[in-house]
Design a protein around this ligand. Structure first.
Ligand code: ZN
Length: 249
């Protein structure tokens, strides 16, 4: 095995959260001791990921694909979830913990991280833009804010805020998706619940989202400080989550 290949594999493993060069090396040495069958099974399973696991095109939640669908069961046609609530979370493990606690029955929006204040672009900012479009297109019913406000103006405003340029074509995509998705609620009865961990970056990200959504005049709440500073949402217990949710404002 050439060292170039070893380095290549190590770099790939280091992309995983919490994996530094040392752990990556340890993984690679352990993989060497796998039998041929075990190595094949692992590499085949990884190759199959795109066929079996996807992120929802609306909420970005990870879900198991059965028939090539692009939208998860929460956002789908037969969903029984409360469409009047969208909870914004940092990551899938937060969602898993929230569902495990059984204290919430609304929809979600997964950011895939917190905003990096030093980066102008990136996954999280892109997903926040998608949240804006989601609220703007899916939930602008008869009494929706945007019937009284020119859509172009809103989009231009957003573009200025975040250097967006593809907002209009994305908007069209979202409308097509929304048609195939669950029946949307009116923007007037919609609530966006910011449920990010109360860390510095969490606060920064929550404030940023609030600014971006501001032109839509949608109701935005945040979880109550039942979560003590620095405690990650993914480890909070049921009682803590219920209190934080009940006392949101
Ligand atoms: Zn979804």
């Amino acid at each position: 095995m050439g060292s170039d290949f070893f380095n290549h594999l190590r770099k790939l493993l280091e992309k995983l959260p919490g994996i530094g060069p040392r752990q990556a090396n340890r993984f690679l040495w352990a993989l060497l001791d796998f039998t041929d069958d075990e190595q094949n099974e692992l590499s085949n399973a990884i190759a199959e990921i795109p066929k079996h696991l996807k992120r929802c095109n609306i909420c970005f939640r990870a879900f198991s694909v059965k028939n090539g669908e692009k939208i998860c069961s929460f956002c789908g046609l037969n969903s029984k979830r409360d469409k009047n609530k969208i909870m914004v979370l940092e990551k899938d493990s937060d969602l898993l913990n929230m569902e495990r606690a059984g204290v919430y029955d609304g929809l979600y929006h997964i950011l895939g991280g917190m905003i990096d204040p030093l980066e102008e672009k990136g996954l999280v900012r892109e997903r926040i833009k998608k949240l804006f479009e989601r609220v703007n297109t899916e939930h602008s019913g008869k009494n929706g804010r945007l019937n009284t406000m020119p859509k172009a103006q809103v989009l231009q405003d957003l573009a200025q805020r975040d250097g967006a340029s593809r907002a209009i074509s994305q908007q069209r995509d979202m409308r097509v998706l929304a048609k195939s998705g669950a029946e949307a609620s009116d923007i007037a009865s919609l609530e966006i619940i910011l449920a990010l961990s109360p860390t510095k970056l969490g606060e920064f990200t929550s404030n940023y989202i609030t600014r971006v959504l501001e032109p839509l005049k949608v109701k935005i709440t945040r979880l109550a400080r039942g979560l003590s500073t620095g405690i990650e949402l993914e480890y909070a217990d049921e009682m803590t989550l219920r209190n934080a949710l009940d006392n949101r404002r």
